[in-house]
Design a protein around this ligand. Structure first.
Ligand SMILES: [Fe+2]
Ligand SMILES: [Fe+2]
Ligand SMILES: [Fe+2]
Ligand SMILES: [Fe+2]
Length: 360
């Protein structure tokens, strides 16, 4: 990978005084660093709600990238359903949560965060993943992680140059990196479980970086910083179309139509019935009604997504010509490349007590 050189208005409009409203008007993101940006200064939300919002941002950006990958391997009309749903995850759900979280700050703050995220990936995450993959005998994955580290170093340099220019320290905001899109294909992972887990972590980071940079691009555009907007938007494209896509192919993200629908139904159902209702309840308990309503409304949306995917599944036929029976509960579907962390495995609680585990 020689890449080293390389909307809509928010439907939810009452997130409180001073909240940054984010509108992602253009189509279209690191795990640890990109996905754990510090709470925005000035937020008066509880730590619990800020944590839930951050988890939601991670989940929605990943849902977008995953459904967009499914779209690429689907035929009509299923491809259109994936595309429509992906758009809603990004342009509505991610955008609403970004507004509540105040993800976008000033251009300087956004550039500083971008430099920090890219630096983490360049010097820590990807080099570690490359070493671990090599030790596991996954040479192709090790090479990929090494190439991605080089790409991220280039991104860091571009953002640092833009930050200097924005601070009045000389120079100009550079052009965005070039994009060499990678097509997502149906594939089966052959890497070791630990490498696969690292791939999934990296994919979440790339998806988050993509959505975050689009948010920063929109913020820059609103006050006429067009070159900076182009730098963020162009880098976002690299994160999704090159980095996420290449990792997705190695991780075997995209499967057949039925498998993809079952994975999606499991994720949507968990968000609709557990994750967002819990987050809403916690917000209400903290008297954060507006954000509570946002979580509750999003839960309703996810239930509709689950129903749409279930309907699509009913219209598929099995190889013997019979229709798929939804009574075969998707939650019993455990196929997938990962032992114990298969596509529909319930996300485990992580060290912070939330339930946002990485599943395909
Ligand atoms: Fe969503
Ligand atoms: Fe990057
Ligand atoms: Fe990246
Ligand atoms: Fe959804």
């Amino acid at each position: 990978m020689r890449r080293a050189r390389t909307g809509r208005r928010l439907r939810f409009t009452a997130l409180g005084a001073g909240a940054v409203m984010v509108a992602l008007l253009a189509p279209g993101g690191s795990a640890a660093a990109q996905g754990t940006v510090a709470p925005a200064p000035g937020s008066n939300l509880s730590q619990q709600t800020m944590g839930n919002l951050l988890a939601a941002l991670n989940g929605e950006s990943y849902a977008y990238a995953k459904y967009d990958a499914y779209r690429q391997v689907a035929t009509s009309p299923l491809a259109a359903l994936w595309g429509r749903t992906a758009d809603m995850e990004l342009r509505q759900h991610f955008a609403h949560f970004a507004g509540a979280y105040r993800l976008a700050g000033t251009d300087k703050a956004n550039l500083t965060a971008a430099v920090a995220g890219e630096a983490y990936e360049t010097t820590d995450m990807y080099p570690t993943f490359a070493r671990e993959a090599a030790a596991a005998g996954d040479q192709a994955a090790s090479r990929l992680f090494g190439e991605l580290a080089a790409d991220e170093a280039h991104h860091r340099a571009l953002f640092a140059q833009a930050l200097t220019a924005t601070n009045g320290g000389g120079g100009t905001v550079p052009a965005p990196p070039s994009v060499e899109p990678v097509k997502v294909v149906v594939n089966v992972a052959t890497v070791k479980p630990h490498t696969l887990q690292n791939l999934l972590t990296a994919m979440h980071g790339e998806a988050f970086a993509h959505a975050k940079y689009l948010t920063y691009a929109q913020a820059a555009r609103t006050h006429g910083a067009l070159k900076l907007s182009q730098l963020f938007a162009g880098t976002a494209k690299v994160e999704l179309r090159e980095h996420f896509a290449t990792e997705a192919n190695l991780a075997g993200l995209a499967g057949g139509a039925r498998a993809n629908l079952l994975v999606a139904i499991g994720g949507e159902t968990d968000e609709a019935k557990v994750v967002y209702p819990d987050a809403a309840q916690q917000a209400y308990l903290a008297n954060e009604t507006v954000v509570g309503n946002l979580f509750r409304q999003t839960a309703h949306d996810e239930a509709r997504h689950a129903a749409s995917f279930a309907s699509a599944l009913r219209h598929l036929t099995l190889p013997d010509g019979t229709a798929v029976q939804l009574s075969q509960s998707p939650y019993r579907h455990r196929s997938g490349p990962m032992d114990g962390t298969g596509p529909l495995a319930r996300p485990a609680l992580d060290g912070t007590g939330n339930r946002w585990g990485w599943g395909l």
